[in-house]
Design a protein around this ligand. Structure first.
Ligand code: IVH
Length: 670
């Protein structure tokens, strides 16, 4: 045998041994050899690969030590979106969740669940091609994430090769990367010794480590993972979430041992109370429990809403609270002119995060809670929600407290504030108000907008105050030199920020609409608009009538949209953006290829074997649209028991009328 053949053979043996022992150590927590022996095997592998670079493979354990630093992360499209979850905050919310399931499915058949700890880390997707790890990515906005493959490979609990004899062509796995409580303490101790900034909590430490451009640094961080799902369980013939978890464990992943199959909601509630009791004794942080309908078939029937599946919910633990002093109140002008009182607090640690500001919502809330300046107050933080002041501690009053007085004029532009009828917020109605402009710009570039890296609130304030950016086109006219000249910015951050701006020039339609900050138009409405109209051009020219045909868009939203897109200034701004190279993309999955595309359904009467919601969801998932009223656009009228007046009107119009059985044929054939 040649030298090369010898080496190839030895390397294969070493890799198998190392993988076996790494799995025992990192996944099963049950090592079979000493650390010293393991290190010797690993060293031999590294030496041999160095001598024979042509024999290095993508799944070799040597790939875990990190690679050359990257300049930026590339983006990765998730084949299927990574959704988020709706929250439940009480047992009652869970009961309501189950009620919704029964109503949607329109059947009394018992539903069983899987209840899993909700890990407090970062969601990732791992893609395996023929059993070999090919890509690891962050969740990002749900559709597009960052390519963090080099960092993912450094996590020892993630297999580089699946432990399957016949791996599927493509396997997309989802899980949560985290750092244990002990790992976090050790990491921070080390950072304190080295004089580096400390991480506020394990989640931030995990986020910072996972988004390192230098994967050699990531390799030194104690990152760990639990996986909890595959993007297409049906494709793998898994009939239930229970089977999915079993399959993942067989593949060689770490699956959380506290996941429970529950036959009834009672068992789900009991498990929630159990987890709440032991959460502080667990070696890692959890912020709640995720409940999933076990049956994959039911999951598919239930489907998803705009951002979250109907078949799962996150039960959050009660918020963490602390007491501190309310030092002062600031009045913030929002992007639509609403004035929000913000409490300035003596900084206090609330469950691992330092809180120095908290929202007071509005004047009515301040009065209802009877808050005063200098009060000792209870503050709370629940998950990602903005901290809030819950109540004053009245017994601690000394007489030094003073009333909180709402301003009469806008703190930014001095315009007299107004309170519209039926609204709780005070408002600055000056459309040229600098504070509103700044907020609108920050919203556009921020997390709920295009999420342009380097353009957070602080940078926007700086750019706005320097007069460099006063409107959206101004943002795209920024040069690297403009940015580099700003105090606190260097060449590198200027280059990165400019690159981020370039990258943001091809936003997805719904994101772009949401980023514009049109009143009453959030992500959900923006998604509805994209689904129905698919181009910015169309949306700009919509009429009240066309909008009224979209289910889910009411008169308030509709008139707000019309007003926005009839404003000359807005139109001029949009065309400047276009000439600066901003080109809005309609998301693929073009409905045109789908079986019901072009058809508009109207329902009347009660269906026997589906709820109205399920019927509508089925039409939408097959590319059809659902109308709420009769119009020229309607192509199919589905008529159940006890139809309303729509039926006779539809007959008058000569429309096709489907019975429930006809409808079933249409959707099953499609
Ligand atoms: S399932 C469609 N299971 O919670 C189902 N998520 O708000 C989506 N998370 O982004 C996720 N532990 O980062 C699921 N056992 C678990 C989880 C879990 C933590 C996170 C995940 C997700 C977020 C949803």
């Amino acid at each position: 045998m040649s030298d090369l053949e010898d080496a190839r053979c030895r390397l294969a043996g070493l890799r198998e041994q190392i993988n076996f022992h790494a799995h025992r150590y990192y996944v099963l927590d049950d090592p079979a050899i000493s650390d010293g022996e393991y290190d010797r095997l690993f060293q031999e592998l590294l030496t041999l690969e160095e001598e024979h670079p042509s024999l290095v493979t993508a799944d070799s354990p040597s790939q875990r030590v990190g690679a050359e630093p990257l300049a930026v992360f590339n983006t990765v499209e998730h084949r299927l979106p990574m959704l988020s979850l709706e929250n439940a905050f009480s047992d009652d919310d869970l009961v309501a969740f189950q009620d919704r399931l029964y109503r949607f499915l329109n059947s009394p058949e018992p539903i069983s669940y899987v209840a899993e700890p909700k890990l407090d880390g970062l969601a990732v997707e791992l893609v395996y091609v023929k059993g070999i790890l090919s890509t690891g990515s962050t969740r990002g906005d749900g559709w597009t994430g960052e390519d963090i493959t080099a960092n993912i490979k450094t996590i020892p609990a993630i297999p580089l090769r699946l432990n399957l004899d016949e791996p599927p062509g493509i396997l997309e796995i989802r899980g949560e990367v985290f750092i244990s409580k002990a790992g976090f303490r050790k990491l921070n101790d080390q950072r304190a010794q080295d004089g580096e900034n400390l991480f506020a909590n394990p989640r931030n430490a995990a986020a910072g480590s996972l988004r390192q451009l230098d994967s050699r640094i990531t390799a030194k961080r104690p990152l760990d993972i639990f996986v909890y799902g595959i993007s297409d369980p049906d494709g793998l013939k898994c009939k239930s979430q229970t089977e999915v978890l079993e399959f993942l464990a067989r593949c060689g992943f770490k699956v959380n041992p506290l996941a429970r199959s529950c036959r009834h909601l009672d068992e789900v509630l009991a498990h929630f109370h159990h987890l709440r009791g032991i959460r502080h004794d667990l070696p890692y942080e959890i912020d709640g429990m995720v409940v999933k309908v076990d049956s994959v078939q039911l999951q598919q029937r239930l489907g998803t809403k705009a951002r979250s599946p109907r078949w799962a919910i996150a039960c959050k633990f009660q918020a963490v609270q602390a007491t501190t002093t309310l030092l002062d109140v600031e009045f913030q002008v929002g992007r639509t002119g609403a004035i929000t009182p913000v409490a300035i607090l003596e900084p206090v640690n609330v469950g691992g995060v330092t809180v120095s500001r908290a929202t007071l919502h509005n004047e009515d809330e301040i009065r209802r809670k009877d808050l005063k300046k200098n009060d000792r107050v209870l503050v709370q933080r629940a998950g990602d929600v903005i901290p809030e002041v819950v109540a004053p501690i009245k017994d601690a009053r000394t007489g030094n407290e003073s009333a909180i007085v709402m301003p009469e004029k806008c703190p930014a532009c001095e315009t007299q504030l107004t309170r519209r009828e039926g609204e709780v917020a005070l408002r600055c109605e000056n459309l040229q108000c600098p504070a509103q402009k700044l907020r609108a710009l920050a919203h556009f570039a921020g997390k709920s907008g295009l999420d342009i890296e380097g353009f957070g609130m602080r940078s926007m304030e700086q750019l706005f105050e320097a007069g460099l950016v006063t409107d959206l086109p101004g943002l795209y006219r920024l040069t690297e030199a403009d940015l580099a000249a700003l105090p606190g910015w260097g060449e590198k951050s200027a280059t990165n920020a400019r690159a981020a701006l370039e990258k943001s020039k091809t936003p997805v339609l719904s994101r772009f609409i949401a980023a514009l900050g049109i009143r009453y138009v959030g992500e959900v409405t923006a998604q509805l608009l994209e689904d129905h109209f698919r181009s910015l051009e169309k949306i700009i020219h919509l009429t009240e009538e066309e909008l009224s045909e979209v289910e889910g868009i009411g008169p308030q939203v509709s008139s707000s949209l019309i007003e926005f897109f009839h404003n000359e200034r807005i139109l001029a701004m949009l065309s400047s953006l276009q000439s600066l190279g901003v080109s809005v993309q309609s998301r693929e999955e073009s409905v045109s290829g789908k079986p019901l595309s072009g058809r508009v359904f109207l329902f009347t009467g009660t269906l026997g074997s589906f709820s109205r919601s399920e019927a509508k969801a089925r039409v939408k998932s097959l590319g059809g649209q659902v109308a709420s009223a009769l119009s020229r656009k309607v192509t199919d009228v589905v008529c159940g028991e006890k139809p309303g007046s729509k039926l006779s009107k539809a007959r008058d119009l000569g429309l096709a009328i489907l019975s429930e059985d006809d409808f079933k044929m249409v959707i099953n054939r499609s």
